[in-house]
Each structure stands twice: as C-alpha cells, then as structure tokens.
Write a protein that binds this ligand. Structure first.
Ligand code: EPZ
Length: 427
C-alpha cells in the first residue's frame, strides 16, 4: 500500500486549482440511469470513487466513455449512456467498497421499476443506516423488501406514484435518492426538511437540465412534478467546497498564502467565516479565494451542522489546524457518532485533544512533531496531511487509499505550492 512522506515546516504559497466536487459527482453519475440518452458530465474529478461508480454503472449496461483530456489537465469529461439496462442489482463486492453505491437505488427504481442493492454496512465514522432512504422511497410509492443482505425497492405497476415525505433529520443521501426517484413519478411529490447542501442544488440543476420539473431548489422544501421521461444533457460538476476548505486549512496551518482557483466561495461561507474568526485573511475574487495566514491562529468554538452550517466534512481538518492555535478550541460533532478517529493519530504528533462524547477540546500546542501515522477515513487522512505539513520533521501517512477517494492528485497540488511531499509505494 502507498504511503505519503511529508517533511514539514514549509510555508505554502502560490495558486492551487480546485477540482470538481466528489460528493456532487457521486450523485450526478447515477442520473445517467434516468434516461436512454447520453448524459455528459464535465469537470469530473479523477478520484477512486468516481472510477468505482463508473464500474458500478457498467454493471447495469451503462456505457461510460472518458473523453480525451491531457494528463496534466484537472477534471475529466465522461459521457454515459443507459440505452437499455441489462441489470438492476448493485452487488455486495462493489457496494462494500463504496457506500455511495446506495445512490443507484432511487434512479433505478425510477427508471426500471425495481432496484436491488446490497446493504452498504457501516464505515469508520459511523454505522451509516439507510432507513431514511427507504422511508422516503416508500412515501412516493415504492415497496421495500430485504433478502440476504440486500434491499429491493419496487414500483407497483412499474412506475412510482409520487407523494409527500418530511425527513425527521436532514440526510444528504436520502434526499438525493428520493429526488432522483420522484422526477419521473406519475404524480407530484413534496419533500420537506430536505438537505440543502450545494451538492443537492447541483443534482437538482442537472435533473432540470435533463427535463425534470421542480420548485424550491436550495430550500428545505422541494416540490417535484413527475414527468414521463428525461432527456440527455451536458452538465459541469460544481467545485469541491470540501477540497477547497481543506487546502485553505493548509495555508492557515503553515502560515502560508494560497490562492485557490476554480472555487465557489458562496458554497463554503461557514468555512471561510470560521477561518476569518481564527485570524486568517480571506480575499474573494470571483471564483478565486486568497487565504493568507499572517499571525497566530485564534482558538474557535465550532459545532458541525447540516448546510449552511459548519460542515462535518471540515471538522477533522479544522482540528488539525486548531492544534496549533493560541488557546483552547471546542469542537462538537453533531452529525456522525464516531468522527474522531483522527484524534489519537494527531495526539501522536503532539496535539493536546480531549474527547468527551461528541465534544473535543483542542488545546493549542507550541509545535507538532512528525511521526508515522495511519489514515482511517477520508477526512481524517487529510487532517494528518495538514498536521504533517506544519510539523517539525518527517510524517509518514499510511493507508493513503483513503485520501485517493476524495483528493485529486494531492501531492502534485501541494508540491506545486512549496510542500516537501512525496508518495512512496511498498513496491
Ligand atoms: C453525505 O453522506 C456525504 N457523502 C458525506 O461526506 C457527508 O459527511 C454527509 O453527507 C453529511 O454532510 C456523500 O455525499 C457521498 P447523511 P450521507 O445521510 O448522505 C444519519 C465525505 O467525507 N442517517 O446526510 O451518508 C447518518 O447516520 C463524506 O465526503 C440516518 O440515520 O450523510 C448521519 O448521522 C463522509 N438514516 C446523518 O443522518 C439514513 O437513512 C447524516 O447523514 C441516512 C442517514
């Protein structure tokens, strides 16, 4: 397995391009199932999860064509065509490696009248249930049954009828699934307490480009008018607000000066505001954001929340940054039950962090010291990279396959702005 070696203490400076959003791509890709015409996605990030999703779509007979792009380009163009589906089952060996596979459930039952998906199981950050996905689909007419570790959703008579559903808690994936199923239902659907993340807005905009009809995009109430069929489209994936936030933390933790290009600042308002409160200078110019750390970082009190609140996907990265702040910070993780796997690894680098239940108290240390550390999940692995960039000495991050799921060509992007970082294979 590959490892990443970082020799820390270097101030990052320069321009850093931001890729298309992983969490938007993973809900845009299954939209190809909703039409027999080609769907072309632009600005697709080169990520392991995007490749895995393409293989999953191939299981159903969807053709996936990556159009020419130079190796040095960021982002790819992929055209998918689900002319005639040859299957409606997502197998365990794919789903267990990528839990976002559950996002084929809604579009498959919407297009083919049925879908069978292996139950995804949990992951490092929590047990990740899918009960809300299933309740929302039932509310618009699906019948749900479980057999041998699989869940099957069916539309009686071959087509969902539409309906109303109010989410008891905000769920990004469940909102995505029910929206993708509702757009071709026989009648109207009203979804309340829907997630409002920018990735949901991206999904809705792509579906509208394909001929879907809906009101309330970006709000917690979505009114969807089912249509008989959707047509193909060409759609560009939104910039990755979490990747951008992660590299903004890299500028902050190294006392650096980075200009992030190809970003959507409005999608990351809570992150930029938190960085400002920590004493980092933020200058927005269109789709670029300049992040400059000029002095010691101020401690923060932050609580993760659904959008537009502070993103849970930014918690680990902020914890690494605040490990060097000038005082004690208090972080509360309200979304996932086990999203502090990075804490013991950061502690091995000298961070002073006390976790009690959902709350972590981070007392700023004078310095961090490089050490061999192990990645456990995607955002935890990024927090270790950030700590390594600021630490004295060498940090070796193992199990970097976690990183490859969410950060396109991370070493290349960081080396280009002055980091001493390299990937080494075990041969
Ligand atoms: C999406 O996961 C993202 N993944 C996550 O990003 C992100 O952390 C999360 O949304 C929250 O913003 C993708 O978009 C591929 P949820 P998702 O359903 O959809 C509970 C990353 O690092 N819940 O909004 O799985 C759930 O356990 C990843 O890029 C139920 O109880 O998140 C959690 O506590 C990590 N029942 C809360 O809701 C359900 O049926 C929010 O989960 C579904 C969820």
């Amino acid at each position: 397995m590959d490892r990443i070696l970082i020799r820390g203490g270097r101030r990052l400076s320069g321009k850093l391009p931001i890729s298309g959003a992983k969490n938007a791509a993973l809900t845009l890709l299954p939209c190809a199932l909703l039409t027999d015409e080609p769907l072309t996605l632009r600005n697709l990030p080169r990520l392991a999860d995007v490749d895995s999703f393409g293989h999953l779509l191939n299981q159903f007979g969807v053709s996936t064509l990556i159009e020419g792009s130079r190796p040095e380009d960021f982002g790819r163009v992929m055209t998918m065509r689900a002319g005639r589906l040859t299957g409606t089952t997502a197998p365990y060996d794919i789903v267990r490696k990528m839990r976002a596979s559950i996002l084929v459930l809604g579009p498959l039952v919407g297009r083919a009248g049925e879908a069978t998906v292996s139950l995804p199981g949990g992951c490092a950050i929590g047990n990740r249930p899918i009960d809300l996905h299933l309740k929302a689909l039932e509310a618009i007419g699906a019948t749900i049954e479980f057999t041998a570790g699989y869940v099957k959703a069916s539309a009686p008579g071959g087509r969902l009828k539409g309906g109303r559903y109010t989410f008891p808690i905000v769920s990004v994936g469940a909102t995505e699934n029910v929206v993708m199923a509702a757009v071709t239902a026989r009648g109207p659907s009203r979804i309340e307490n829907a997630a409002r993340e920018p990735e949901i807005v991206d999904l809705c905009r792509c579906l509208v480009a394909m001929g879907a009809r809906m009101e309330g995009i970006g709000t917690e109430t979505l009114e969807i008018e089912g249509v008989d069929r959707l047509h193909g489209a060409t759609y560009a994936v939104m910039p990755d607000r979490i990747e951008a936030g992660s590299y903004a933390c890299a500028a902050a933790i190294t006392g650096g000066d980075l200009t992030l290009t190809g970003v959507a600042p409005d999608d990351m308002r809570a992150t930029l505001d938190a960085l400002g409160q920590a004493g980092v200078t933020i200058e927005e110019r269109g789709n670029s954001v300049r992040v400059t750390a000029t002095g010691p970082l101020a401690p923060l009190t932050l609580s993760t929340a659904p959008y537009p609140g502070f993103a849970t996907d930014m918690q680990a990265q902020f914890m690494a940054m605040l490990a060097l702040a000038d005082g004690a910070s208090v972080l509360t993780e309200t979304i996932f039950e086990n999203r502090y796997m990075h804490v013991p690894e950061l502690a091995r680098m000298g961070a002073d962090i006390q976790v009690r239940g959902r709350t972590a108290v981070v007392r700023g240390a004078a310095r961090l010291t490089g050490a061999p550390v192990m990645a456990t999940d995607l955002r935890a692995s990024m927090s270790l990279v950030l700590a390594g960039l600021a630490a004295e000495g060498e940090t070796q991050v193992s199990r970097v396959y976690h990183l490859d799921r969410g950060y396109e060509r991370l070493e290349e992007k960081l080396s280009a702005v002055g980091a001493d970082i390299e990937r080494v294979g075990d041969g």
